[in-house]
Design a protein around this ligand. Structure first.
Ligand code: NAP
Length: 209
């Protein structure tokens, strides 16, 4: 914990990470710095409840890639909490379990894409979610920022909670674009860490789209 501080501030970086890429890492690092977090725990989703109608890469592969990407940053950790839970991964369950595992009184910051947060009213128990954590929205090029901000402000009013934003250097990288590139035998160099690129090649991920 940061010296002189009584309460731990823990970032939880939720995502499908199919695959993890440099914009995710830059966002996590920026959130650490901007909100003086003690650490960021990456939480790859197990079975995403909102993606049951289209295939997501095996959770072990996604977890392994996140682990490779996070290696070398002593303030990044990776959790299997959602991968090991049976059934769909509801964020409310993750936050409750994390609150029990971390030192009492830890403050939780859930970091994820702004467009994911905009859909939060379809998640399980949005009221409770806003009581369990503070959300940090990652805005990135490619999503209309003003429209996203309007949506975030509406959520803030409805749930009487502030939604923070992370100011990361703009990198227009998306997992879907990376998957398409691999399928089309195009380069993903400099979009993902080298070790993640090697993992994708070794296991033949995304080759068939
Ligand atoms: P998604 O719908 O695949 O992604 C929405 C957008 O957010 C995409 O542009 C995505 O870009 C971006 N994004 C996702 N994670 C990000 C991150 N950590 N940092 C920056 N941008 C990110 O979202 P998802 O990955 O499936 O879900 C995001 C989180 O919301 C997960 O933790 C998930 O469990 C949670 N969630 C919970 C529920 C529920 O409890 N019912 C429902 C939906 C989502 P990339 O594709 O490039 O990552």
């Amino acid at each position: 914990m940061v010296a002189g501080r009584q309460v731990a501030r823990v970032g939880l970086m939720g995502g499908t990470f199919d695959p993890i890429h440099l914009a995710h890492l830059v966002t996590a690092e920026a959130a650490l710095e901007q909100y003086q977090l003690d650490k960021v725990i990456f939480i790859p989703t197990g079975l995403p409840p909102h993606k049951q109608d289209h295939p997501v890469t095996d959770a072990e592969h996604r977890f392994n890639m996140v682990t490779l990407a996070a290696a070398g940053n002593e303030r990044f950790e990776v959790s299997r909490i959602e991968i090991e839970r049976e059934g769909p991964s509801f964020t409310v369950d993750t936050l409750e379990e994390m609150a029990c595992r971390l030192p009492p009184g830890s403050r939780l910051y859930f970091i994820t894409g702004a467009d994911a947060i905009l859909g939060i009213e379809s998640w399980r128990e949005p009221d409770r979610l806003f009581r369990l954590c503070r959300f940090i929205a990652a805005l990135r090029p490619g999503i209309p920022v003003e429209r996203a901000r309007e949506g975030l402000r509406r959520l803030e009013e409805r749930y009487s909670s502030r939604i923070l934003e992370v100011e990361a250097p703009a990198l227009d990288i998306s997992s879907s674009d990376i998957r398409r590139r691999v399928t089309a035998s195009r380069s993903i160099r400099y979009l993902v860490p080298d070790a993640v690129e090697a993992y994708i090649r070794k296991h033949g991920l995304y080759r068939s789209g």
